[in-house]
Design a binder for this molecule. Structure first.
Ligand SMILES: [Zn+2]
Length: 187
């Protein structure tokens, strides 16, 4: 007996595929954005009460043969914000990726404060950024123009597939409820 075809399209496979496709689309438009290892997990573990980490870009976290690869982390709790907001997180992390590749210091205060160089990199990948006095130019918005729409449709393939909130809660360790996600910065 061969394995049922359903095993080829698990929730995990769909999740990873959607994010890899979206990241690839970002790289096609912005070739300096580096290859990453995509990871998922809880955005509330280790955070202060009421705060959720939406994502992070961490250089040299993974070893692949001789090569060190950065990590792209996406929190499960953040998925329930919907495709456009999740794309905003991906582009935010892509901007950190550009900073890493170009050796630009884009944050200070343990990565919390996003400086004017980050703002420029974010705008390069199509984000609109607003300033906050604690986290700097980290408040991220995606304008629905041109290529952004294409990227959103890729993420939406997964996020609206079915019961995204329930799935994201599972991915995030069960801590998330719809409406419980605060607008904490991605790092
Ligand atoms: Zn950031």
């Amino acid at each position: 007996m061969s394995a049922p075809a359903a095993t080829l399209t698990t929730i995990t496979t769909q999740l990873v595929s959607a994010f890899e496709a979206a990241w690839r689309a970002i790289q096609q438009r912005h070739p300096d954005v580096p290859e990453v290892v995509v990871t998922f997990g809880s955005g509330t573990l280790g955070m202060k009460a009421g705060q959720t980490r939406l994502g992070h870009f961490a250089a040299a976290r993974w070893q692949h043969g001789e090569k060190q690869l950065p990590e792209l982390f996406i929190s499960g709790e953040g998925l329930q914000r919907g495709a456009l907001e999740v794309l905003g997180t991906l582009l935010h992390e892509a901007a950190h990726g550009l900073a890493h590749v170009r050796e630009i210091k884009d944050t200070s205060r343990q990565g919390r404060y996003h400086n004017a160089k980050f703002k420029a990199l974010g705008e390069e990948v199509g984000l609109t950024l607003a300033e906050d006095k604690t986290i700097g130019w980290s408040l991220t918005t995606v304008l629905m123009i041109g290529g952004a729409v294409r990227g959103v449709s890729m993420v939406r393939d997964w996020t609206s597939a079915s019961s995204a909130a329930a799935i994201s809660a599972e991915v995030g360790g069960g801590g998330a409820r719809p409406g419980s996600v605060s607008r904490a910065p991605s790092s």
